[in-house]
Design a protein around this ligand. Structure first.
Ligand code: HPA
Length: 271
């Protein structure tokens, strides 16, 4: 694993020698975020040694390097989901590569379904904690001591200071943000009505099919993490309850400018 990470890092550094400070993972419908970056280099995943190969045709992911909020960043345009058939190790490979490229902070976005009754479509939710449900732990197997400890502490996966700062940034910009607990599931089915209710009962505010494995790997390697969901659909409602991928993408795209502003300002304020 370490050899694979090093090969990927060596390849990337030949193309792009500047060390990024912050890594960004962009969720569904949140890709145009990179329009805000002063882009210096784009590297397709397909060119990077050992990077997972995209299973979705015409869905070419890339690493985008550049400046945002006055800092050197690397953004993943396109992430790997467990439901696509990638192993948990493949899902988190890019996180480990970004760590070895030099990042200290990881900012994650995702699209999620709302369960909290006060949420509506288009809301932003700062993730304060998560519940991993059936999202297979990427650290299963022999521990790679060079990456991190056997039993990582998960009492504060989402950095409290960054949560505080992000709330201040949102308030100053007049952006309403919610906060809550993200339930990570495998998908690819959206939840049944009974499942949304179950997730609410156990303390979840939102549910999605990404993020948890990435955050576990990030904490394992000692990164400071901040994550935010765009609420793209409401799971618990009495009326007609069909949820489509198109609806999810549309809501995410509409909320993107607000999320971008918060991420960008947060990056500018990182020390
Ligand atoms: N459930 C799971 N994942 C999701 C949802 C949802 O309702 N919306 C966006 N991603």
């Amino acid at each position: 694993m370490i050899a694979k990470i090093n090969e990927a890092v060596t390849y990337i550094q030949q193309k792009q020698p500047v060390k990024p400070a912050v890594g960004i993972v962009l969720g569904s419908g949140l890709g145009s975020f990179t329009g805000e970056m002063e882009v210096t280099q784009e590297i397709p995943y397909s060119a990077i040694p050992h990077f997972p190969v995209s299973t979705v045709e015409g869905h070419s992911g890339k690493l985008i390097f550049g400046k945002l909020g006055g800092k050197e960043v690397v953004a993943m345009a396109g992430r790997f989901h467990y439901y696509e058939g990638y192993s948990p190790e493949e899902v988190v490979f890019p996180i480990r590569v970004m760590k070895y490229l030099g990042i200290t902070h990881l900012l994650i976005s995702n699209a999620a379904g709302g369960m909290n009754a006060s949420f509506k479509v288009g809301d932003l939710m700062i993730i304060t904690d998560h519940i991993s449900l059936l999202a297979v732990n990427p650290l299963l197997g022999k521990n790679i001591d060079e990456l991190g400890p056997r039993f990582p502490d998960m009492s504060e996966p989402y950095n409290k200071e960054l949560v505080k700062t992000a709330k201040k940034i949102a308030a100053a910009a007049g952006i309403e943000v919610k906060q809550g607990i993200y339930c990570g599931v495998t998908g690819p089915t959206f939840e049944t009505r009974a499942e949304y209710k179950l997730l609410r009962t156990i303390g979840g505010d939102a549910v999605g099919m990404s993020t948890v494995q990435e955050v576990i790997a990030a904490i394992h390697v000692g990164l400071t993490v901040f994550a935010m969901s765009v609420i793209t659909d409401i799971g618990i409602r009495e009326e007609e309850n069909k949820i489509t991928h198109a609806e999810v993408l549309e809501a995410a795209t509409a909320a993107e400018p607000k999320l971008t502003l918060i991420f960008k300002t947060l990056i500018a304020q990182l020390s």
